[in-house]
Design a protein around this ligand. Structure first.
Ligand SMILES: [Mg+2]
Length: 218
């Protein structure tokens, strides 16, 4: 069995993380308006091939001409990134302790250094046999790994993600993958009702149940 687990929004409470990172900008005198603007600029990056978020880029945008101020904010951001254990969802920790390390592969999308900082800061890196970070499309990577893996035919493969469009994509190209959509905020989405994704779970505890029930069925 292989379980591919997305990082942001699944393991890490990314919403809370972003809020507190923005607090650092705000405490250093950057207006809420400017912070909002910067959020918009970077947030669409995964979908439209735009600018990938990383603190250096964000700070360069937020304080254009003040190098001293940039340095100060960046050093505060780097300290913040070192200790992110409080941002790991409690159900994620239980989930990670339930399965063996060899079953778990972490998938993460974004700037490699920034994602690494978040993953190591969260202290969850040790639970995974492999950590995959990519700036482009993580779904293509899954397809490649599955194709490469000779045992894949006998083995159950799960993919857990909080973005339904990622799961939809993999269902279209690799229908043998069992997809689990983590819907923490209980959004209604027709793609789940119409069985375009395999399962819906409100958190990773529910995902444990789904995997336990599914893993031994032919
Ligand atoms: Mg995510």
């Amino acid at each position: 069995m292989k379980i591919f687990v997305d990082f942001d929004g699944v393991i890490l409470d990314t919403k809370k993380f972003v809020f507190d990172l923005n607090e650092i900008y705000s405490k250093n005198g950057i207006s809420n308006q400017r912070i909002k603007e910067h959020g918009k600029i970077f947030s669409g990056a995964p979908k439209v091939g735009g600018i990938t978020y990383k603190p250096e880029r964000a700070v360069a945008f937020l304080v254009k001409d003040d190098k001293m101020c940039q340095k100060k904010i960046l050093s505060e951001a780097n300290i913040f990134l070192k200790e992110l254990k409080d941002y790991v969802f409690p159900d994620a920790l239980i989930f990670l302790k339930t399965f063996s390390k060899r079953n778990l592969i972490l998938l993460s999308y974004g700037d490699i250094k920034f994602q690494e900082d978040k993953i190591f800061g969260s202290g969850t890196d040790g639970y995974f046999s492999e950590i995959i970070i990519d700036e482009r499309n993580k779904m293509d990577i899954i397809s490649k790994i599955i194709r490469k893996d000779e045992s894949a035919e006998q083995e159950k493969i799960f993919l857990i993600d909080d973005k339904i469009e990622n799961l939809e994509k993999i269902e279209k190209t690799n229908s043998e993958v069992i997809t689990i959509w983590i819907n923490r905020t209980n959004i209604k989405d027709d793609r789940c009702v119409n069985n375009i994704v395999g399962y819906e779970a409100k958190d990773l505890m529910e995902a444990v149940d789904i995997i336990m029930k599914t893993k031994d069925n032919g």
